[in-house]
Design a binder for this molecule. Sequence first.
Ligand code: FAD
Ligand code: DLZ
Ligand code: SF4
Length: 512
Amino acid sequence: MPKLILILGDQLNLAISSLQQIDRDVDTILLAEVWDEATYVKHHKKKIALIFTAMRHFAAELSQEGFSVRYVKLDDANNTQTIKNEVGRACVDLASTEVVATEAAEFRLLDDMRHWQQDLGIPVSILQDSRFLATQTEFSEWAEGKKQLRMEFFYREMRRKYHILMEGDQPIGGKWNYDKQNRQSLPAKQVVPAPSGFEPDRLTLSVLDLVEQFFSSHFGDLTPFRFAVNREQALQVLNTFITQRLPLFGDYQDAMAQDEPWLFHSHISFYLNCGLLLPLETIKAAEAAYCAGQAPLNAVEGFIRQILGWREYVRGLYWLKMPEYKQDNHLLAHRSLPEFFWTGKTKMNCLSQCISETKENAYAHHIQRLMVLGNFALLAGLSPDEVNEWYLIVYADAYEWVELPNVSGMILFADGGVLASKPYAASGAYIHKMSDYCQHCHYNVKEKNGSQACPFNYLYWDFLHRNIEKLGNNPRLGMPYRTLANMTDEKHNAVKRDAEIFFRAIETNEEV
Ligand code: FAD
Ligand code: DLZ
Ligand code: SF4
């Protein structure tokens, strides 16, 4: 009885659960490039190119391994342009009697998949996603009955479960978390290693042509395109990170620097999220570097926490809270995204840098996403729907399961504190401390009010004032709210006036 094994564009790994069910002699694997997936938001051109070329390379590898593969290209004449209809068409053509798929990572598509059996009139088995380290059941059991779902405690459970950086039942070094050591800014003389990059091969060049032809109206620069496109190259990115960047990952994890988009980060989220790398192998590689004395504990623990902790935690939270999570807007933020989010044309140098780099690379590191772009979105009261859509569009590692909790939970506090115990709001002083952006800015970070003042400074106080009813009792905001309470009327009025002028300017698309 021939089965059809579906592999989606973010499931590109030989260990994927659907592939474990294959009978090589009779079954066929389906991979399909479809308009529906490429345009449910107008993804960055580099993201579409990455997924399509990684799909084509993976299909070629499967064929070499002796599997029977049906690959549908975007411009194939009979392509129906949806995953469901491509599954249906393949089943008819191949006389398949059953479909086997690994669950889609996004709610939207998994919800659709659950109707395929009925819609297509063929049995459809949906298997658990083997690319993650905590199952949804494990996460819900951990969350059950807890008032607060703090990542730190989930992370400790995961360390115990996988016995990572442990001595018996205690963390190596005696502490679970070395975050306090991981907050240095980048010294001017610090040399940053060049990021890994690969020349596009023939397959990739044909995809770049296709993306140029069909998606030219999408955001972002398509070239230069230097992403890894297969497992071998993705492993090279990981190994180069472990030897060249990991030792300083911790020290400069929160640093930002002018014209330095990559710093000491790993740049592996693209590959983890489409299956070219698996989380446990990246964690084990970092742990091995620590055991061999090649990287310090603060760096290794910090890196592992991102993957074993944050990545698994946000995915667990996503499935626990969807679909309602997407509607959350606790702070009732409704302002539209300013035009400069698409162009980078703003006199605020930190935003201009982060947006221009995003446009060029489909990448920004965590602190840029959180403390510059996210902080601005929070302080300016931008609408969660629009901010979520922007983040889902612009990054090559963006999938809703990871993007939504980071945006609605971590930056916008739209979930009312499920993910974070307080909003990550900060004035220009934070950006000044962690970067050299302010040295190159039209505005003055030391000025608090007036036309030359850094907008983050007055927007910060205006944000706290606007949201006093919702946030005023938050114990972690006690200090700033006490400062606010002691402000003179004159200062209050200056903050209000500057914020109003600023908001009017962005609403009328004046350059700010
Ligand atoms: P590193 O800094 O080297 O970290 C290592 C790995 O840890 C990453 O590759 C990633 O897999 C994981 N990780 C780190 N932080 C997080 C986090 N907060 N949540 C989940 N995983 C994490 N990450 C995505 O993969 N896709 C997204 O769409 C995405 N959107 C984000 C939106 C906002 C507003 C914020 C604040 C963060 C977002 N992140 C997202 C998390 C993080 O910024 C990226 O994972 C990271 O910048 C990727 O670069 P890197 O591989 O060099 O990461
Ligand atoms: C992101 C993406 C894109 C751009 N295109 C495709 C595609 O054409 N075919 C496909 O199977 N998958 C694609 N993907 C990945 C899916 O969007 C992803 O599987 C879902 O968002 C679930 O995570
Ligand atoms: Fe950003 Fe303000 Fe610094 Fe300019 S002065 S770079 S707007 S923080």
